[in-house]
Design a protein around this ligand. Structure first.
Ligand code: SF4
Length: 481
């Protein structure tokens, strides 16, 4: 991420976004807080010698997950798929995910990856041969694999909190393909694939993909991907799957090797405790240019109509969170608060109970496009003036922004520690029965920075970047022929 920061000219949208990300990383280190409020699906890969009791290991992992959730290191993220009820402790059927494998070594290896919903939703699987927009036909060969990877990255735009890294599996079946793709994300970014053919594809992707200019958070820019790792497994003659697991910039992995007899940690993986942690940046707080627009809530239509794509906004006052459950609720029920002139923040924060009150410990934006079926109607019915999220929204919302005088602000995805510090108070909560991530939190914020990416004049940065990066994609396909 430091390389990415240095690759963007100072003052650009991508550079501003990366500066916030850099500060967020430093804050997460200093306070041992969640680097992003979506702490993802805890996925453990465990390798044990034959004599180790895997049932005990599973119980210990589950106990650790409950404890990490209690301490606010993990957000309660395990939801009953039918009722939507949150278990509250990250345990439930299928969560956490724990894969066991036996090996010939004497020690135990446990690796954990935390991959959040925003990037998980951008994963893609292709059954070759397939026709791809801008790229033409992807055949059953390595050039076809390359096209699938480029398409997956283009399709993700900023929704998976770019710049991201992709793990790719060639072959397998639909199930094993995705699992194998995720396993590739455990490789270090600077390793070299031992399979020369796959190493060449990885190098080719990394040499060309940044010319798509999707950039950080899809704002445009020089860095779109920070890593591409490909594995291959055998397949049925009739099938040729390419599975792509997209991981965001937060890219959280950790591991240990344990003494199988004593349980003592012998080695940390992905981190060297003897190596000093070097801060990303030597500054704190949002870097101002003097051109920022201040918005105090409740916001007027006149203020909204004066904003245009590219403006950097500092929001102060009251803000309400709302994501999937709140949006579905508002389609059938009146809001629990007056939303006229309000700011609606697509966010599922990590919130800790403190005495009679609450404290937000992590509060970055969630992916907005999930609310596309509802957002325009909610703006129209209840008079919401500002929607804040990440990744942008679609044509229906853009039309509603114009006809009802509202604006969409893109906050920096994953910058959970940074934004938690812009929240000066939790004044209340509605719909807590949906669980803490899905409840409607009433927050007071001070100088909360975000960028106008969809305005009330029909402009959308997301639509423009998608179109322009599509043209770059076409150029890449053409140059490879
Ligand atoms: S950084 Fe973005 S994609 Fe990654 S877990 Fe956080 S919100 Fe999701």
């Amino acid at each position: 991420m430091k390389h990415a920061l240095h690759a963007e000219p100072v003052g650009t949208r991508a550079s501003q976004a990366l500066t916030i990300i850099g500060q967020n990383i430093d804050l997460a280190v200093d306070h041992e807080g969640a680097i992003c409020q979506d702490t993802g699906m805890p996925t453990f890969e465990v390798k044990t010698p034959v004599r180790v009791n895997q049932i005990l290991v599973r119980d210990e992992i589950r106990r650790a997950v409950v404890e990490a959730t209690r301490r606010g290191k993990l957000r309660p993220n395990s939801v009953d798929s039918i009722t939507g009820e949150n278990s509250g402790d990250n345990l439930g059927p299928g969560t956490p995910i724990i894969h066991f494998e036996q090996w010939e070594r004497d020690d135990v290896e446990i690796k954990l990856i935390l991959k959040g919903g925003g990037c998980e939703n951008t994963n893609a699987q292709y059954a070759l041969p397939v026709e791809l927009p801008h790229l033409g036909r992807a055949d059953r060969n390595l050039e076809g694999v390359r096209k699938c990877i480029l398409h997956a990255v283009w399709n993700a735009q900023g929704k998976g909190c770019s710049p991201g890294a992709v793990g790719v599996s060639v072959g397998g079946d639909r199930t094993s393909g995705y699992a194998h793709a995720k396993e590739q994300l455990f490789r270090t970014l600077d390793d070299v694939n031992p399979d020369r053919r796959l190493a060449d594809v990885e190098a080719s992707i990394m040499a060309t993909v940044n010319s798509l200019e999707i950039g950080t958070m899809g704002f445009g820019g020089n860095v779109t991907l920070i890593g591409c790792k490909i594995g291959a497994q055998n397949r049925l003659p009739a099938s040729f799957f390419v599975s792509v697991a997209y991981d965001c910039w937060a890219f959280r992995r950790l591991g240990v090797t344990l003494n199988a007899t004593t349980g003592a940690i012998e080695q940390w993986l992905y981190r060297d405790p003897s190596h000093p942690i070097i801060p990303m940046l030597d500054q704190s707080g949002f870097t101002r240019t003097g051109r920022e627009v201040r918005l105090q809530t409740p916001v007027t239509e006149e203020q909204i109509r004066s904003l245009k794509v590219g403006d950097v906004v500092l929001v102060s006052g009251r803000m309400f969170t709302g994501r999937d459950a709140v949006h579905a609720h508002l389609m059938k029920h009146d809001p629990p608060v007056d939303l006229r002139g309000a700011v609606l923040y697509h966010c599922g924060p990590v919130v800790m109970k403190e005495g009679d009150g609450w404290r937000v410990t992590a509060a970055g934006p969630t992916t907005s496009i999930r609310e596309e079926p509802y957002q325009g109607e909610i703006i129209r019915r209840y008079g919401v003036r500002v929607v804040i999220g990440k990744g942008g929204m679609g044509a229906k919302t853009l039309a509603a922004l114009g006809s009802h005088g509202a604006v969409y602000l893109n906050a920096i995805g994953g910058a959970a520690q940074f934004y938690a510090r812009a929240i000066t108070g939790v004044d209340g909560v509605s719909l807590l029965e949906f669980g803490t991530p899905e409840a409607m939190w009433h927050l007071t914020v001070d100088d909360f920075p975000a960028i106008v990416t969809m305005d009330a004049h029909g402009n959308s940065l997301h639509r423009d970047i998608e179109r322009e990066s599509g043209e770059h994609l076409e150029a890449l396909a053409f140059s490879a022929q």
